[in-house]
Ligand binder design. Structure first.
Ligand code: PLP
Length: 453
């Protein structure tokens, strides 16, 4: 495992960093006075070092984006080289890094998604995908599922199907929500995947019919919902949504911001379903988060709309050379080092089997599900009623205790409500994955203590 000598000066600086943060930094999604952020002073591969010099295994990939791990030397060097050559070029000009990044992305997205519109991140990718779908169809409404996350900007937060939408929704966004398939907490009381798929499709069909198909521009779906719980939809469901969209002239937007770029053991999660969307949004893993970048991959059909009609949208930093150079180096490293294949293998051979085995021993584990390095562990107070260990949209002392135990034992997991997500870098080694799962295994004893009976 990588070792690092964290000097006393770095640790002293970390204390100043923390104090300045608490005084001047306004953090996302948080009550500012209640925050106690972890200071991170360094990172390498699958590890981070905190402000006390302690090493933790990063099973969060930060916000599920360091797909090639921290400080990959080829990407660091590519950013440095690009900075020395040419730091910035405005979006109206052509630039080598941007052209090459667009090519590499277009070659990996499915079907005829061969034009790339670059954004600064995921939320603005969703904004622009929706705008393109609206202009292409001349329709306004957009359907999205409950239990989803699409970003923090206006349209994206209104499409989001989680509690962060509630204080942001003023009712004029054109967003309409529906229930997607989720057998463990089925909205349809299904008892099998087939039943869940059929009922969820019927529900969507009815929603489209009653909203008015001719008013609906797009259905936006995370190919595999991430933050909302990593519920892998049945293949028949995703193919059914594609067919429904085709029948009604509705655009299918696949949101791959979290699931894309190797995370599920494929370049894009939509490949698991053999479906080609009309628009595909990406961000996070495209540069492993080293430089902010997102974008929309556009099908020929929608691209043609703007062949002779100006697209009314843009961003100052669209296709920024530093970000584009980071994307090129990231994709090339993923290809050269078999990183997507590593994610698939670690998921199939290490994470999946171990989590399923843990489920047999820990009464607090209600369900485990996932693919690649994209797994959710759903914690419950009662395995029969499936009462979650923390309420939907909230936290609980029991959940906080499990997370504190993970950190105390040297693991940084990603958590949401009653779930722990096992989402390490796609580069994680078998030994690192096993070490992290050993810690999770021990920490879950804390959760077992909270289980009824
Ligand atoms: N879409 C999905 C599926 C996401 O997971 C996220 C972020 O987690 C976003 C969109 C928003 O991306 P960003 O935070 O880069 O704006």
């Amino acid at each position: 495992a990588p070792q690092r000598d964290i000097g006393a000066d770095v640790l002293e600086d970390a204390r100043t960093t923390y104090e300045l943060d608490r005084r001047h930094v306004f953090h996302s999604w948080s009550a500012q006075a209640e925050l106690d952020p972890m200071t991170i002073v360094g990172a390498e591969g699958s590890y981070i070092w905190d402000g006390t010099g302690r090493r933790l295994l990063d099973f969060s990939s930060q916000l599920v984006y360091t797909n090639i791990g921290h400080q990959h030397p080829a990407v660091v060097e590519a950013i440095q080289r690009q900075a020395a050559d040419l730091c910035t070029v405005a979006p109206q000009h052509a630039n080598a890094a941007r052209s090459r990044a667009a090519q590499l992305i277009a070659e990996r997205t499915p079907g005829d998604l061969d034009q790339i519109f670059f954004t600064n991140g995921g939320a603005d990718a969703v904004e622009h995908a929706v705008r393109m779908a609206r202009l292409h169809t001349g329709r306004y409404k957009v359907l999205s599922r409950y239990r989803s996350y699409h970003g923090g900007t206006d349209t994206a937060i209104n499409l989001t199907g989680d509690p962060r939408r509630w204080p942001n929704d003023y009712g004029s966004s054109g967003a309409v929500h529906f229930f997607g398939p989720f057998l463990y907490r089925s909205a349809f009381h299904s008892t099998s995947e087939e039943e869940e798929s059929a009922r969820a499709l019927e529900h969507l069909e009815q929603t489209v019919r009653l909203e008015g198909p001719e008013t609906i521009a797009a259905i936006v779906l995370e190919s595999i919902p991430g933050t909302a719980g990593i519920m892998i939809p049945p293949v028949s469901y995703m193919q059914g949504v594609r067919e429904l969209c085709d029948r009604h002239g509705i655009m299918f937007i696949a949101d791959e911001v979290m699931a894309g770029f190797g995370r599920t053991g494929r370049w894009f999660a939509i490949e698991h379903f053999d479906v080609v969307p009309d628009l595909l949004t990406f961000a996070k893993g495209v540069t492993s988060g080293y430089v902010p970048l997102g974008g929309v991959a556009i099908s020929r059909r929608i691209g043609e709309t703007f062949d002779h009609r100006p697209y009314p949208g843009g961003l100052t930093y669209s296709g920024h050379p530093l970000a584009a150079a980071a994307a090129v180096a990231t994709i090339e490293a993923m290809e050269a080092e078999g990183i997507v294949e590593n994610a698939r293998r670690i998921g199939e051979e290490v994470i999946g089997p171990r989590l399923r085995e843990m489920q047999q021993r820990h009464p607090s584990i209600g369900e485990v599900r996932g693919a690649g390095v994209f797994w959710a562990v759903e914690l419950v107070k009662d395995p029969v009623t499936r009462e979650p260990l923390a309420p939907y949209g909230g936290s609980s002392p029991d959940m906080a205790a499990v997370l504190a135990e993970c950190k105390a034992l040297g693991l940084l997991p990603f958590a949401n409500f009653n779930r722990i997500h096992v989402v390490p870098p796609c580069t994680i080694t078998e030994a690192e994955a096993r070490a992290g799962l050993d810690i999770l295994d021990r920490a879950l004893e804390t959760a077992d203590a909270a289980v009824a009976g």
